[in-house]
Design a protein around this ligand. Structure first.
Ligand code: ADP
Length: 229
């Protein structure tokens, strides 16, 4: 119990530090980005100098990490509303439709006919779905066909949202470490998507589970208390 308290405190401090530092980095970063673009216009009118692209690419990468840091450090007291999980999932699929079809990903939806009301911050819940779908997309890069199955149903007073991909799956180490900040197996990964996902779900008193197999693929299962209509 004591250890747990220390860990929670540590996490809170790290969260605060991360958010403050991230904020402080954002401003100079924006300035640097602006001036690099100006320099490119002055010195490389025809945009043929790859060095500018490398600098801009790396700045973009820092920017992504810092933005994710900001999300990680967000206060855990979220404003929630009662909403049907099926509705949010549907909205997100419409939002991502173009991107997913560009990557030849087929979506199989299996939604219950029952109401699946949950108390969530809609924005944060959408962030969770976007993170998980982005990971599924990465994992299915070489899957043919690439199929992402999304289920929404009620079970034991919980509403479950399950996302199953037929991608590369995970090895034992990845399964054990995937929620640790900066753990990534990707060349250009940040390793912050799942820690953010987990902290959002924790703040909603929900749960997230993963079942993964390198021959079948990966299922993420998130559960929230179901609210009776
Ligand atoms: P990132 O995507 O930047 O690597 P994440 O925290 O989102 O960071 O994910 C951490 C790691 O978990 C990934 O690098 C990958 O190895 C593994 N992972 C997450 N989702 C999946 C998935 N659907 N299939 C296979 N591996 C996954």
């Amino acid at each position: 119990k004591v250890l747990e308290d220390i860990n929670t405190q540590r996490k809170e401090i790290i969260g605060l530090l991360a958010a403050n530092t991230a904020h402080e980095i954002k401003n100079p970063l924006t300035t640097i980005k602006g001036f690099v673009e100006l320099l490119e216009l002055e010195y490389d009118k025809e945009h043929k100098n790859q060095k500018f692209n490398i600098v801009k690419g790396e700045l973009e990468r820092i920017n992504l990490i810092v933005s994710q840091f900001l999300l990680l450090g967000k206060p855990t007291n979220v404003e929630v509303e009662t909403i049907d999980a099926r509705e949010i999932v549907r909205d997100i699929l419409i939002f991502l439709d173009y991107d997913l079809s560009m990557h030849n990903i087929r979506i199989v939806k299996q939604f219950t006919d029952e109401q699946t009301l949950i108390n969530v911050s809609v924005d944060q819940f959408k962030q969770v779905l976007i993170n998980l779908i982005q990971n599924a997309k990465d994992a299915m890069e070489n899957s043919q066909p690439a199929i992402l199955k999304i289920e929404v149903f009620n079970k034991d007073k919980k509403t479950i949202i399950s996302l199953s991909d037929n991608g590369i799956g995970m090895d034992e180490q990845t399964i054990n470490e995937l929620f640790n900040p900066f753990y990534t197996t990707k060349l250009h990964g940040t390793g912050l998507g799942l820690p953010i996902t987990k902290s959002i779900i924790d703040a909603h008193h929900g749960t997230i589970e993963v079942i993964s197999d390198q021959t079948i693929g990966t299922e993420f299962r998130i559960a929230f208390d179901n609210v009776k209509a």
